[in-house]
Structure formats: structure tokens, C-alpha cells
Design a protein around this ligand. Sequence first.
Ligand SMILES: C[S@@+](CC[C@H](N)C(=O)[O-])C[C@H]1O[C@@H](n2cnc3c(N)ncnc32)[C@H](O)[C@@H]1O
Length: 414
Amino acid sequence: MTANDVFFQRKQAAAVLKHGVLMRYPPVFATMTGSTSDGGRVVYLDGYAGPGRYEPEGDEAVGAPGSPLLAVRSATTIAKWSRDLHCIFVERKPQYAENLRQVLADEAGADLNYDVLDGDVQDRLDEALEIAGQSPLLAFLDPFGTALPYEMMTRQLMGRDSALKTEVLLNLNLEMVWRIGGLITGQEKDSEQTTSGNSATLERIDAFLGGDWWRDTFTAARESGEPGSAARAAQTVATEFRRRVLAATGFKSFSVPIRRRPHHPPLFLLILFFRHQAAPYQFNEAASGANAEWREHFRKIDLSEDLARRRREEPPDLFGEDLIISITEQEARDIEAELENGWVTTIASNIRNMLDQTSSLRIEESFADIYGATLGLAREKHLRRAWDQLHDTGFVHRRDTTQKIRRQTIRRRD
Ligand SMILES: C[S@@+](CC[C@H](N)C(=O)[O-])C[C@H]1O[C@@H](n2cnc3c(N)ncnc32)[C@H](O)[C@@H]1O
């Protein structure tokens, strides 16, 4: 059984956050970019598509939807708003590609446009870009390990005519970087130990990250050797990678960490590469909603583990279980409310500090600083509350409730 097979047998915790973002962001991208495209056509390229569905878990009749099913569901939803989301799926493993065709035949509406391309995304990229033509394109790259070589990602995908709307969503495997980075720190001790297999692995990462620069970056960042330093070094490599992509292509980026459990180091970074100013604001809305779902997912796992433990240790008491469930639900609501109040306080304090230096803040331009540490967690509703609180204290002018908040400017009262 391969790592792939294990992956698709159970919807992993990390997939909850990834899929939460995928349910939310592509429809927004398509709605925004499709307003000016021919026939409302927008293209979504899923370069590492998988079999379409996970294997059923427990007593489930069908498994959780994979990224392709989420995409065709989004396509069905936004068709109501005259957006034609054409999905292109590429999958290398023949058995998964076949399964994907079956899942889509069963579940995609008859009027949806989609293609399933077999084989390596590197070999099918030209064809996919030809299908995309002049339409806005959102490319999702979600391999297990390394994704498209850097040159292909930056020159072919991000190198599309700058008049065309293009975004790339890359799920960067940090755990892979820190595990493979371990080969270099080991290699430094005794270069004789480097096997040809390790060299091939290192070269694959070099191709993906755009050179072997990351080896020095990783080694330097790992120097302390403290627990967790490899995970932090992988994040340093990711930060430098994003900086290089920006310098080479002009694409800025916004990243959301994906963890197996709260307080664990991030295993993946879901990175959106974009040009348009509205993108990070909307992506943050998606990340915040997905993060709320992810917290709820863990709460339910913790609760079911707790109930299972009680059943083992104490005589069954179903009435007691109902009580425990309703108490934990109330507690969860209280914890969420407390978290959200904290975010509102942080955002209000960020706005106050920024308005001590300047008289006005354009939200779309400054939203990353406005959210600060709450980026990816808080969203517009929290920003609205923070603004209203600051208005109530007389510090800023009132917001315009008839306009989109992201297009507004917060002005200090003098
Ligand atoms: C992490 S899984 C994708 C999961 C899927 N995006 C989801 O969320 O449901 C990666 C998939 O990419 C496929 N794959 C790996 N390398 C590939 C390549 N070079 N070209 C196309 N597909 C590839 C694997 O067979 C696997 O099914």
C-alpha cells in the first residue's frame, strides 16, 4: 500500500482546512473574475486531482469529497450567477484518474464543462493552458511532495500574459522540506553517506524550489538544533521561496498554515499567489471560515474520544452522555465567543496604533496590518465590530453600511 493509498483512505485532519478553503475561494474567484470574461468563463486547473473521493470512514456509505468534487459543486452553484467554471483535472495514477471519471460522471451536472487529463501535470500543462485560453485561471497544485518545477510554475502559469487573470494556489509540504532538509544536515557530517536516492530527492526539491539556495537557508536556520528547529527552518525556506517568486514574477502571496492539531507545527502552507489587490482580502475570508470548521472538527474528535473513554471506564449512562454533549457544546460556543472577542480587541488596537501615525486607512491596502496576528482567523465581521467599537469611543468616523467594507477607508476623527 502506497502513501497515496493511505492518504485517500481517511480524510485527514489537514484536509479539513484545505477543503474548507477550496469550498469557499474558487467560487469567489470565479464570481469576481468572471464578470468581465467572455461568457462568464473561468478555468480551474486541479493539477494533482486524486481519485475524487476519499474512501468511506466508519459507517459512512460514501467517502468525503476530494478537491475535484468540491470544484464541480462550486461550478454548479455559480452557474446560477452566469459563471461557467470549466474544470480541468490532471491525475497521474491511472486507477485514480479512472475513479475520478466515474465519480464525476455520477455527480457532475450534465451541463458542466470539465476535462480529466491522464498523466503527469508537467506533460499536460501546455494542453491545460490551451484549454484555459484567455479565460481567468485559478490553478491548484496539491501534490504529496514536490509540485511543478519552479521554472514551469513561474514561466508558464504565472508567466501568462499579465492582462489575463491568473492565480496559483500551492499546497506546500513543509514536512517534506524539513525531512529532506535533514538529509543535508546529515550529509554535512559525512558526505560519503549520501546515497544516489538521496541525491535524486534533493534534486527534485531543487527543481521545485528553483535551485539549491534552500539548502544553505535550511542549514543556517537549523543551526540551533533545538527541538522544532527543523520545522521552523522549513518555514524560513518557504518565506524565501515566496520572496523569490515575487521578485521573479510580481506575484505576491498569502499563506495559511495547515496543522494536524492545534498547537502543532504547520505541516503544509496553503499559499495563494496573486496579482489583484482584492485576492488576499477574499482569501482571508475563506481561510477564516475554514479555520472555524477545523476547530469544530477537533472539538468533535476530542468529544468522541472523551465519550469513548468514559464508556470504557464507567457503566453506560446515555442520559449522562446527552448532558456531557450539551455542556461541551455550550462550552465550545463560549470558547469561540471569547476567541472572537479577543480578535476584535486585537484588530481595534491595530487600527488605533496605525491611526496614531496617519489619518486614514484604506482597508483593502492595509488589511494585512489591520488584522495582524488574527490574519487567517478573523474576518470581515470582526473587523466590522472593531470599527464600530472605535466609532462608539469617538476615535473614528462611522463606516458606510451601504458599501462593501473592503473598499472603504477608516478615518480618524480629529
Ligand atoms: C495530495 S493528492 C491530491 C488530493 C486532492 N487534491 C484532494 O484534495 O482531494 C496528490 C495526487 O496527485 C497525484 N500526482 C502526483 N504527482 C503527479 C504529477 N506529477 N502529475 C499529476 N498527478 C500527480 C497523485 O497520484 C495523487 O492522487
